[in-house]
Design a protein around this ligand. Structure first.
Ligand code: AHR
Length: 348
């Protein structure tokens, strides 16, 4: 009986140890909500309705860039990479090589990786609703930079930081109207358009036409895409020169296409800026150099240094701050004389 009593005491003790061990294990696999947040892997982000990441966690930004088609784009990429590093933001960067399907793939991969914020510069304006909805459903805020989308549902993105491309087109038109006010007869214009379907190509054309429409002697006799590249600008300008005897003005939607066209004009034995007046957009170093040499007559500035504004917006969005739906970049324009003055201090 005594022996039986000792045995049962041992059995009770053993049972208690098992119960205590089991409780301890349960606590390891079912943490409290706050412990789970602290232990979340670095790539995990809260849903939009959830609190911002803890202060000691590095923000992860997925950026889907258009490509490397122009000097402007190179400066824009550099600005984003340098500003992310300066702001202590972990930047995941992809180059879509000017293809919308590549950008959509990159955005989907950022959603899978659960980055904190997605930013991108859309190659073209249309066709984004589905993937933007996927990001919204995953609770990942999206910021547009440089180029807009034509989505009716503006809740699909938090803000759009970039230039007013219509205004850029208007500035180009206004300069031309002034420069040709004493012209006798028709002024024949050829236009090198940016990437077909892109916001800057659509808007720069719209703004330009809006201004010149009241001047019937200003005639666009040919217009074709040069895809924002130097090589295509040259190729299309060669074709324009072959097809048209009298070209008075070239309006190029960016400096790179204008620079390519200048090569074609010189190869045809003509003087760029004199025989054919040239207007372009951007104000990158090579464009400003050509302007200071009198080969480009007027450059409308488009500022690529969007990185600092983007990083501020990323932080504000994650901190739950209200930010404006549209942040417009401040820009100016340069005649040849002004380009000469501005060139030495130009950042890009
Ligand atoms: O979206 C901005 C435009 O894209 C720039 O004007 C052009 O150079 C670039 O490729």
């Amino acid at each position: 009986m005594k022996r039986f009593g000792k045995l049962s005491l041992l059995a009770v003790l053993a049972l208690m140890m098992v119960v205590v061990a089991a409780c301890g294990k349960k606590n390891e696999t079912s943490p409290s909500p706050s412990a789970s947040q602290a232990a979340a892997p670095a790539s995990e982000s809260p849903k939009a309705s959830e609190p911002a990441p803890p202060a000691d966690k590095k923000i992860v930004l997925g950026f889907a860039q258009v490509g490397a088609e122009s000097g402007w784009r190179t400066a824009n990429t550099k600005s984003i990479q340098e500003s992310a590093a300066a702001a202590g933001i972990d930047l995941k960067f992809s180059d879509a090589q000017q293809k919308q399907e590549n950008q959509i793939k990159a955005i989907r991969s950022y959603i899978q990786q659960k980055v904190d914020v997605i930013a991108f510069s859309p190659v073209v304006e249309s066709g984004w609703d589905t993937v933007l909805k996927e990001a919204k459903d995953a609770g990942i805020p999206v910021i547009l930079t440089d180029r807009a989308v034509d989505s009716k549902d503006t809740s699909l993105y938090r803000t759009f930081i970039g230039s007013d491309f219509v205004e850029e087109g208007r500035k180009a038109g206004q300069w031309l109207v002034e420069a040709t006010k004493d012209a006798q007869g028709d002024v024949n214009i050829v236009q090198l358009e940016g990437t077909t379907g892109s916001a800057p190509a659509n808007d720069r054309m719209a703004g330009f036409k809006e201004v010149i429409k009241d001047h019937p002697n200003l005639k666009i006799i040919a217009s074709q895409t040069g895809d924002f590249t130097r090589a295509k600008g040259k190729e299309v300008m060669q074709a324009f020169l072959q097809a048209h005897k009298k070209i008075d003005v070239l309006y190029a939607h960016n400096d790179d296409m204008a620079l390519g066209a200048i090569q074609a004009i010189e190869a045809a034995g003509l003087k760029p800026g004199v025989d054919i007046k040239i207007i372009s957009v951007d104000g990158v170093h090579d464009g400003m150099q050509a302007a200071s040499e009198g080969k480009i007559n007027y450059i409308v500035e488009c500022n690529p240094l969007l990185g600092p504004q983007l990083m501020d917006a990323v932080k504000d969005v994650l901190a739950g701050k209200e930010i404006p739906q549209r942040i417009v970049t401040k820009e100016s324009a340069f005649t040849s004389e002004q380009a000469k003055e501005a060139l030495p201090t130009r950042q890009y």
